[in-house]
Design a binder for this molecule. Structure first.
Ligand code: C2E
Ligand code: MG
Ligand code: MG
Ligand code: MG
Length: 280
């Protein structure tokens, strides 16, 4: 591996004091202040209801606007944050922002908010407890909140995940199985997961107009999810034909650049206002 190759952030933290290591350690050292100063902030990607054509909520996608380095994407700092035991802090920050922002949206229209919860926090009972406290302290009803857990996190230790997700459900939140199709789902466990939504990974949604296999995967996943009493979200919708096809297939909700890229809370509120007005 060349030093110039883009290493994953956690490759080096136990290694020699490379520039990479120093940079990662200094980044971690800056996390708390960056959160306080809202350099770590939530972008929101809208969720479109295919039956009504209305925006029904958004997913929080964390961003780090570094004063010197510029924007850093979640794939570049979340693994690092997790490897150093800071996942709780970061997720609490994201969730706190999400609850505050979503509460403001309710003046415009009923809109849900989804937060990604990483594998390390899925079965963290202290964290679940803390989220419960936050939810009770917020005026936002818990049924408007969704936690997104990846399929691979949910299927890693399935029995433990089922128990953990049941604790999450007791908080009143919805549960979405993210990146569905990329993990190794056991159908035995899938039917036992107390999830309310399956979110089909963008690698399957891409190209369903041309790619027969992807179309088959998406159509059958929609059928399966509905049979199991779950809603279906398709992520990564990049064009009008894809969106139309998902509608024909009976998909419930869609997200993707064709609908909107992740945008800041204010821009999302403006979009929500427009969407509610158009439907009225
Ligand atoms: P994800 O939850 O599966 O989110 C979807 C990713 O796909 C996002 O990347 C989004 O910007 C991108 N995307 C959305 N629509 C399209 C599209 O039409 N085409 C393409 N090519 N991409 C699209 P992003 O924002 O870089 O986030 C990457 C991942 O980082 C997320 O995947 C999620 O797993 C993780 N993540 C983001 N925020 C958080 C967070 O607050 N906590 C945790 N634990 N993970 C987070
Ligand atoms: Mg997600
Ligand atoms: Mg949540
Ligand atoms: Mg996803």
């Amino acid at each position: 591996l060349h030093a110039a190759d883009k290493a994953t952030p956690w490759d080096h933290y136990s290694g020699a004091d490379s520039d990479e290591t120093n940079w990662h350690l200094s980044l971690l050292g800056e996390l708390s202040a960056a959160m306080t100063h809202l350099q770590v902030w939530n972008a929101y990607q809208p969720k479109l209801d295919l039956a009504t054509g209305r925006i029904i909520g958004a997913e929080a996608l964390v961003r780090w606007e570094h004063p010197e380095r510029g924007p850093i994407g979640p794939d570049d700092f979340i693994p690092l944050v997790e490897a150093h035991g800071r996942a709780r802090d970061l997720t609490a920050h994201v969730l706190g922002q999400a609850l505050d922002d979503a509460l403001r949206w309710q003046e415009l229209a009923v809109a849900g908010v989804a937060v990604n919860v990483s594998a390390t926090l899925l079965a963290d009972h202290e964290f679940i407890e803390m989220v419960g406290q936050r939810l009770r302290a917020s005026d936002l009803p818990a049924h408007l909140v969704t936690i997104e857990v990846t399929e691979s996190a949910a299927m890693d230790k399935p029995e433990q995940a089922i128990a953990a997700l049941e604790s999450w459900r007791r908080l009143g939140v919805n549960i979405s199985i993210d990146d569905y199709g990329t993990g190794q789902s056991s159908l035995t466990y899938l039917q036992k997961l107390p999830a309310t939504e399956l979110k089909i990974d963008k690698s399957f949604v891409r190209n369903i107009e041309a790619d027969q296999r992807n179309a088959i995967m998406v159509r059958s996943t929609i059928g399966l999810a509905h049979e199991l009493g779950m809603k279906v979200v398709a992520e990564g919708v990049e064009d009008a034909r894809c969106l139309a096809m998902l509608g024909d297939m009976g998909c419930d909700t869609a997200q993707g650049y064709f609908i909107s890229k992740p945008i800041n809370a204010e821009a999302f509120a403006a979009l929500l206002r427009e969407s509610a007005k158009a439907a009225a």
